[in-house]
Design a binder for this molecule. Structure first.
Ligand SMILES: [Zn+2]
Length: 230
């Protein structure tokens, strides 16, 4: 988006997209995902969305200012169910079920060590599909590693290792001379650009503008002016 790297991106629910397509995106707002320097594993996600400045040059500086090394401290939560903030991090970090060969995305948020002995915290919560969750309760032993990889030991003592879904982040130099920004888009902005606030809850509206004219005029039916003459 900043024109500083040629790494591919990905769209949740769609999959990977090429760098050229990432560069065509003009986000209305940003939510930072802070990742571990070596493994690329997400360690924190911004609570809210930061609106991007409409001017591309200012928006670029705005994002560069957000790219600062930070120390993230994991905090255990007192309750059994993870908060919205912790759920968001686990979802982004684990992507799918950690089961051997399983790519299910509709998952339980499983405590590795059962609550309350195990904390409700990022290091003890992970995504597991219903099937793999059941396996864990029937003799399969799961180990989660700090880099995001997992090791499963079957009841017959065979082990299966699954790599992390993340890679080390690309090395970009924030002080490097940046290439010129692409020219601004031509044509009118979509109607929701002035009607939808990504910081508020709710998905981006699709389709025609609700207060605009209907797409199809209802057929006109002429009312009889008088009773029939009989
Ligand atoms: Zn699974």
């Amino acid at each position: 988006v900043l024109d500083v790297a040629r790494e591919p991106g990905s769209i949740p629910g769609y999959g990977p997209i090429r760098a050229e397509h990432v560069r065509l995106l003009r986000p209305v707002g940003f939510r930072r995902i802070l990742v571990d320097h070596d493994s690329g594993r997400p360690v924190a996600v911004d609570d809210g969305v930061t609106l991007g400045d409409p001017d591309p040059g200012t928006a670029r500086q705005q994002i560069l200012d957000m790219l600062q090394p930070t120390v993230v401290t994991d905090v255990a939560e007192p309750q059994h169910g993870p908060s919205a903030r912790l759920t968001r991090l686990v979802q982004v970090r684990d992507v799918h079920c950690a089961g051997p060969g399983c790519s299910q995305t509709r998952c339980d948020r499983d405590h590795l060590t059962p609550y309350p002995a195990g904390a409700t915290a990022a290091w003890n919560i992970g995504l597991l599909s219903d099937r793999c969750h059941q396996a864990k309760h029937h003799g399969w032993i799961l180990e989660r590693h700090l880099d995001g990889s997992t090791t499963w030991t079957s009841p017959l003592r065979r082990t299966y290792t699954r790599p992390s879904p993340h890679h080390a982040p690309p090395k970009t130099d924030p002080d490097a001379e940046l290439p010129p920004l692409r020219p601004p888009p031509t044509g009118a902005a979509p109607w929701w650009a002035t009607h939808w606030d990504p910081a508020s809850s709710g998905p981006r509206p699709d389709g025609p503008r609700p207060d605009g004219p209907p797409r199809h005029e209802p057929p006109h039916v002429a009312e009889p002016e008088d009773d029939p003459p009989f």
